[in-house]
Design a protein around this ligand. Structure first.
Ligand SMILES: NC(=O)c1ccc[n+]([C@@H]2O[C@H](COP(=O)([O-])OP(=O)(O)OC[C@H]3O[C@@H](n4cnc5c(N)ncnc54)[C@H](O)[C@@H]3O)[C@@H](O)[C@H]2O)c1
Length: 473
């Protein structure tokens, strides 16, 4: 349907075209009328003159006695002198030229108006985008902050928090697992910049702080291209540390509880060195992060770069990938579709899950502290995977999913629970969100994602099993 404005434009266009047509006809008619009038006036006066002249001439001849002398008869049609005809023709030519130039001008004007209407129909002018209101900060307290992996699950929530707090944020990402959709609500804001870049290559920018999150985080994603995962965590970290050194920025590494491997100490304090299989399917990620931690400490000692190391435990929340193969996303998607909830192994392995906003608060507190040793950031509320499957199914109203056990996965950690005493003492942080509240928000997010996929005709991803991925390569 046309908008009222377009209807008005269209009507006014057809009105003006009709008006112009009428004007052109009137002008043409007027010119022809002037010509005819001119010509006939001149003919009348010439005939009069001719008659008067002939009478006079006859009278004169009679008076002079030469009335029998033959007189050269003048043709009345040839009575207009040649110079008058040619001047009239000239006049016609001038009027014709004027008429033609008027027509050209009218056509041009009509085309211009037509194009304007078409342009508006093809590309409507952009409307002004509205943004969430952000805190005002002056030059002294406003920081320029680079977030690598800024379009990912955790990165995009960090972007939101820092933007709302009034900082200038640059979200850098290669969109391997991140999505523009996660940060599109800030595009166009004067404090926000989006950069398409791979951290494996150097990047230069003036910033005060760097949150280095770029790395695939879920097992199917980091196992998809293990060499790239190692490069991202080693070369990428070197590039960010080099940048931090040059511009004297503080850099925070998003490390992981995976550096503890399949732990022999429970719960895991930061002083535990870990138990990692260097040649297992997870080693590209686990060892990549361990090297990244070593690089951080080396740049701190050797180059005096200000460093922060966050060892992040399992995190969940809106904007998780549907196909990331993590426990929370797998279980929720299965429960929402009444499909069997699949547990790998007997379900006695434990996990501790934190809600994403708690993690983001912890990262910001750590960055703004003076603490440069690793800090665990996670929720110590621990559940077996079996219990967790039941909790999720019970939170999805009406779900009839049964819980089934499948073969266990290689190197799957048997227990995982952070010791967060260091976070409490050094950065005054502890999680605030109850697991159940966080799960309810996440279930709503996945419900909306499933509906969106169905509307778009996209398939809903099946639960991802790691051994399947290994055999695929
Ligand atoms: N979510 C968790 O439970 C968890 C747990 C421990 C550690 N972490 C760490 O937190 C960080 C963020 O994790 P997430 O859960 O948001 O994962 P995610 O996959 O959603 O986000 C990672 C982002 O990094 C980007 N990225 C990957 N390789 C890149 C490269 N070479 N150059 C530029 N960008 C690149 C991806 O496109 C994505 O946007 C990761 O470093 C991860 O190791 C997360």
């Amino acid at each position: 349907m046309l908008s009222p404005r377009r209807v008005l434009l269209r009507n006014s266009t057809s009105f003006s075209m009709a008006t112009r047509g009428a004007c052109a006809a009137l002008v043409t008619f007027f010119l022809i009328f002037v010509l005819i009038t001119n010509t006939s006036n001149k003919s009348i006066s010439n005939s009069d003159i001719y008659e008067k002249n002939s009478e006079n001439r006859m009278r004169n001849l009679d008076e002079e006695g030469q009335g029998d002398v033959p007189v050269v008869e003048l043709n009345r049609n040839n009575a207009i002198p040649d110079d008058t005809v040619s001047s009239l023709l000239e006049r016609i030519k001038v009027l014709e030229d004027e008429l033609s130039s008027m027509r050209t001008r009218m056509d041009d004007a009509e085309n211009r108006e037509g194009n304007a209407v078409n342009d508006e129909m093809v590309a409507p002018l952009p409307t002004t985008k509205s943004f969430p209101s952000v805190r005002y900060r002056n030059e002294e307290t406003r920081k320029r902050i680079l977030i690598t992996g800024g379009a990912g699950f955790v990165g995009s929530h960090l972007v939101d928090k820092l933007m709302l707090d009034g900082h200038e944020v640059i979200a850098l990402d290669n969109y391997f697992t991140g999505r523009k959709k996660n940060i599109e609500h800030w595009i166009g804001h004067p404090n926000f910049e989006m950069v398409h870049h791979d951290v494996v290559n150097p990047y230069f920018v003036e910033v005060d702080q760097i949150y280095h999150l770029a790395s695939p985080a879920s097992p199917p994603h980091y196992m998809y291209n293990p060499v790239k995962t190692i490069k991202t965590n080693t070369l990428g970290t070197i590039n960010m540390l080099g940048l931090a050194k040059r511009v004297k920025a503080t850099v925070l590494l998003a490390s992981t509880s995976e550096v503890y491997g399949d732990p022999e100490v429970h719960p895991q304090p930061e002083t535990y060195w870990g138990h990692v299989n260097t040649i297992g399917p997870r080693s590209c990620y686990d060892e990549g992060k361990r090297v990244a931690e070593s690089l951080m400490v080396a740049y701190n000692k050797q180059e005096n770069v200000q460093i922060r190391i966050a060892r992040i435990f399992n995190t969940f929340g809106p904007r998780m990938h549907m196909n990331d193969g993590r426990v929370v996303s797998n279980f929720i998607i299965q429960a929402l579709q009444d499909k069997p909830i699949t547990i790998y192994g007997n379900g006695t392995q434990t996990r501790s899950f934190q809600y994403v906003t708690d993690l983001v608060d912890g990262l910001i507190k750590l960055m703004n502290s003076n603490y440069s040793l690793p800090v665990n950031i996670g929720n110590p509320e621990e559940h077996t995977i079996g219990q967790f499957a039941t909790i999720i199914r019970d939170l999805v109203p009406g779900s009839t999913s049964e819980i089934v056990n499948q073969e266990s996965q290689q190197d799957d950690p048997q227990q995982r629970r952070p010791d967060i005493r260091r976070a409490a003492s050094e950065i005054e942080w502890k999680p605030q969100i109850l697991m159940k509240d966080g799960l309810l928000k996440t279930i709503e997010y996945f419900r909306a994602e499933i509906d969106r996929n169905k509307r778009g005709g996209k398939p809903i991803p099946e639960a991802v099993r790691l051994s399947g991925l290994e055999s695929r390569r």
